[in-house]
Design a protein around this ligand. Structure first.
Ligand code: NCN
Ligand code: DMD
Length: 337
């Protein structure tokens, strides 16, 4: 299992990111060119098939074992009144995931994906980022490793997701520190705040940036100071997936945010990540643009818990099914152009 539990280990993992299998990708491209359609006419479905081929290392990639991995955490900054919901909702939703009643239970089943849920010290919220660092080094390292533990070699696809009241506040802070801009550029309604709560949210992010911006200049320090356990875990899962050559399908604003500090240090970190959708949370469009990612779907979801990623998995499945099952011009006796 890859170690990411210290700043040096995280840096080393980001310096040694593997590349996709170029020959499997080329073989998939050759197959696409022979399928009974004008070249390029399946648009991004063709690119998805090549992407999956490259990362899985086979010309005909599969989606037999796709996993949604949800991480849940609680945040000290919630005490500032930055969310529309109280912090106990995090644990209540974890119970709902276990009981099978959440949106992601339905959407993962609809997409044929397995689901794991990792609750991260919900009784011990991180510290308030507006006042101090969210986590100690040891806590941040543990959270990163919780992400690593959710990745198994041999998975065909990983969809990291999250649940954490107030985590849209820390996601905004992480994005601003990594990609620039003010608090107001990155803060949005999250679970549905407006008015005084929205003002408190902008104020919390502005204070956090003043306090931490200069020293949140490495991936580990950004996640430790401005992140939270579930955000660090998603960062760990994405890096572990890369080292295991498991392609990743991204969910919304909060699931994408941990990539911002990673990409500053290692811009190729997004190479094995497909952006599943663009959340209605306004910061997500800005974040995707900053990372150079074009989302597959834009359905106005703003739920988190990997919901948009799970819906986008159906598009990935369609791309792979067409890639595998379509006839070639030669097989079908169709004249090539
Ligand atoms: O990821 C998104 O695009 C997203 C947008 C809005 C809300 N959420 C979810 O709502 C929670 C964060 O909202 P808040 O207001 O408590 O910061 C957290 O549990 C997320 O899963 C997620
Ligand atoms: C009810 C509820 C469900 C969620 N799922 C992901 N984030 C959420 C936030 C709330 C508030």
């Amino acid at each position: 299992m890859i170690r990411l539990d210290t700043p040096a280990a995280l840096d080393a993992a980001l310096r040694a990111l593997p590349a996709p299998d170029a020959s499997a990708r080329a073989a998939a491209a050759a197959r696409q060119a022979e399928l009974t359609k004008p070249r390029g006419s399946l648009g991004r479905l063709e690119e998805i098939a090549l992407f999956m081929a490259g990362w899985q290392g086979r010309a005909i990639p599969k989606l037999e074992r796709g996993r949604v991995a949800i991480f849940a955490g609680n945040h000290g900054v919630a005490a500032r009144g930055v969310s529309a919901f109280p912090p106990e909702v995090t644990a209540q939703m974890v119970a709902n995931f276990a009981a099978g009643g959440a949106a992601i239970n339905a959407l993962a089943a609809a997409a044929g994906l397995e689901l794991t849920v990792t609750a991260l010290e919900l009784d011990r919220p991180t510290d308030d980022i507006a006042e101090t660092a969210a986590m100690s080094e040891a806590e941040c390292g543990e959270a990163l490793m919780a992400g690593v533990a959710a990745v198994e070699p041999g998975l065909d696809l990983l969809v990291p997701g999250e649940m954490g009241i107030a985590n849209s506040t820390v996601a905004a802070a992480l994005c601003a520190a990594a990609l620039g801009g003010d608090a107001a550029d990155w803060v949005g309604p999250g679970s549905g705040v407006s008015g005084a709560a929205a003002t408190a949210k902008i104020d919390a992010v502005a204070r956090a940036l003043t306090r931490h911006r200069a020293r949140a200049n490495t991936p580990f320090e950004a996640l430790r100071r401005l992140g939270g356990r579930e955000l660090a875990a998603m960062a760990g899962a994405v890096i572990a997936a890369r080292h295991a050559r498991v392609p990743v399908l991204l969910d919304g604003f909060i699931a994408t945010a941990p990539l911002a500090p990673l990409a500053v240090a290692a811009p190729t970190i997004t190479d094995h990540c497909l952006p599943g959708h663009r959340s209605a949370e306004p910061g997500h469009a800005r974040l995707l643009a900053g990372l150079g990612l074009a989302p597959l779907l834009a359905l106005d979801l703003r739920l988190g818990e990997a919901s948009g990623g799970a819906v986008a998995a159906a598009v990935v499945r369609a791309a792979l099914t067409a890639h595998e099952r379509m006839a070639t011009f030669a097989d079908a006796g169709v004249s090539a152009g």
